[in-house]
Design a protein around this ligand. Structure first.
Ligand code: SF4
Length: 260
């Protein structure tokens, strides 16, 4: 097992573990945004830069995807590494000036603001990390959103920037978005769920007792198709929200104990 020496602290990791894995094992914090264990790391945000000692010279590398294959020496707290990460954070703050998640992370890194002008409204609050695109394609199997445009106009959008017919309203993209830009909005009156900012809308199954939204109808169809559950049994499961199901079960139990 190779040894990683991080800021003087030695830790052994499996071959091909990343510097980030080693740092976490050693209890050393490295800020991350585009890293998520559910999908392969593409190191797009570059917030996890550290300094790798190559003997004669030192190189900045991204900790989340640098594989450890031999003994290495790494500096997380060197001035050069901290300056590089702070510079990245300043650029990210210009991209997503309203993100509370980003502001909290910037504060933890000691970054007070950004000297850069904010990006255009069409890209506002997206750091282009691509986690949403990855999760939609690789985990949900839908590819309802993707990168669109080039250079300064690059953004994440549904095809032709119209609501996507492939979106099933699962909300996985919103759950994985590290800056809280993608939102799941419920439209109770229309019984629909909207994935913002992509404007995709999907019908919701609602509780037949109290009307609480339970799940997107498309998601339930997908689960049904992929599972072995009997159709009737599945529909019965989704007929009521958990609260109404619990109260019906307790009412049944109470009635059973009264008439015994
Ligand atoms: S809500 Fe739509 S766009 Fe988001 S991950 Fe699910 S299918 Fe993809």
């Amino acid at each position: 097992m190779p040894t990683v020496t991080i800021d003087g602290c030695e830790v052994k990791v499996k071959r091909d573990a990343t510097i980030l894995d080693a740092a976490r094992k050693a209890g050393i914090w490295i800020p991350t945004l585009c890293y998520h264990p559910a999908v392969p790391s593409e190191a797009t945000c570059r917030l996890c830069m550290v300094e790798l000692d190559r003997g004669e010279w030192k190189q900045l590398v991204t900790a989340c995807n640098y594989p450890v294959r031999r003994d290495i020496v790494v500096y997380v707290s060197s001035e050069r590494a901290k300056k590089a990460r702070r510079g990245v954070m300043e650029l990210l703050l210009a991209r997503a000036p309203e993100s509370q998640e980003l502001k909290a992370l910037a504060e933890r890194m000691g970054v007070k603001g950004t000297p850069y002008p904010n990006v255009t409204d069409s890209q506002r609050n997206c750091i282009l990390c691509g986690l949403c695109v990855q999760v939609c394609e690789q985990i949900i199997g839908k590819a309802a959103i993707s990168f669109a445009g080039r250079g300064a106009e690059r953004t994440v959008a549904a095809p032709f920037r119209q609501p996507s017919e492939d979106c099933i309203g699962c909300g996985a993209c919103a759950a994985i978005c590290p800056v809280g830009t993608i939102k799941v909005r419920l439209h109770k009156e229309q019984q629909e769920v909207e994935i913002s900012p992509f404007k995709s809308r999907v019908k919701l199954l609602v509780c037949q007792e109290c009307g609480t939204p339970i799940v997107s109808s498309e998601v339930s169809e997908q689960v049904l198709r992929k599972s072995q559950i009997d159709w009737q049994e599945f529909r019965e499961l989704l007929r009521l929200c958990p609260k109404c199901r619990r109260s019906q079960t307790s009412a049944r139990l109470r009635a059973a104990s009264v008439y015994k």
